[in-house]
Design a protein around this ligand. Sequence first.
Ligand code: HEM
Length: 412
Amino acid sequence: MFSLRYAQDGFSLRSQFMRLCGQLQGRKVVTLNSNPEACARVLASSNSKGQGIELMLACPAWAPVFSIESVDGDKWEWLSKEFSKLYARLDWQTKIAPLTRKHVSCMAEIARNDQGFVLDAEQISRLTANILFEIIFSRPMTRAEDDIFYQASLEWRKEIAIKGKASAKAKSDFWSLLGELLESSVFADDLKANAHQRNLYLSLFAQPLIISPQINFSDIMSAVFKYLDQDPKLRAKALNAARDRDVEYMQNICMESIRLNHPFPVLERELTRDLKVADQELSAGTQVYIMLDEFKQEQDFNPDRWVKGAKNPYRTMPFGTGQRMCLGKQLATEMMGEMLASILSEFLAERIRPSENHLYSGRDNDGKDSMATLLYQLKIFSGALKDSLSIGRAKKADAKGRAKLGNCPFTG
Ligand code: HEM
């Protein structure tokens, strides 16, 4: 079965689709799948995601959440500014290491008492949510909250990966719970002050701090253990480093796994100024896609390329760069390192199986495209073509201004 969403060998239907959208919109589309330094220049040059995959496919899948990673314009400016304030207020620096250790230890204790327990993708997602929940709300999650968060993350990842429509109930259960939690938290006054834009305010927590990490961390741990499992020498070295609590080496393993198996299949920018990229003169307005899931790069697994100060052309790949780079980079890096160190030192090797039960997201997709999935994808992709046609028409009619996607709720 061919896939419209992810990279495949040979003929790339996805690239053809991106180009067709560009043609209908009356804009040039460029895809880059090598040269990390040129890609970094593109990412740093613009703070606009443009009118591509993020706007047409990711934003509707995220609704009612406004995903900071995906929206543009006024909405992005507000979310980005407010998220930075919230991030500074969370005091995560003092909490991240002890909470990560505590939650991995709790899970390891469960594994010791239950011979059937496996640390699979579901458990990594739950672990991630439990750590971040306690950082936000300063108390542990209940099992009922844990279930609602996990179910929601599954449904959102299904819709974002264009595998099917998410359950409206799972989304709304999560949305109501998040609202209630914030109403009785230290953020209650801010929530009240933002009552006129409640969904936007809730999004500050929902996407970057809850749903996305649940998805990304299971993607990343799945990749990490793929590399550790296939190289006994690397695994032994990692185990020793974990026992010595060499968190930096753990982080370097995670960064190298992200480089080779990035949880974001594609990054994109609309150029807001002319730019020379690897001998190509690209004009403002060009939509550039960086195809991380088919990136041509060195394939040897070498965590040492991430040692501080080492020359490494891939440095900006894991978290992007420029104004739209990952705002949670420090938190994510520390949490990954602590999580990996604790998992390696607390779990028996045969119980660590994060690629099991992984379902759909990032690179380690389940690969199970059914006819129903394909029909769903065709519907979504034909909607994007229709939107592109509208954008192209609006652009022609409004020669002066930047055409918008109808009355777009995601760009403000
Ligand atoms: C290890 C897991 C993570 C990875 C690999 C990751 C990676 C990324 C990437 C690649 C982007 C887009 C960059 C671009 O377009 O150039 C991004 C955006 C973002 N990330 Fe992360 N991220 C992770 C975890 C987190 C966490 C835990 C947080 C919150 C604490 C976070 C907050 C954000 C925000 C707010 C943005 C949007 C930035 C913007 O568009 O202004 N990320 N992340």
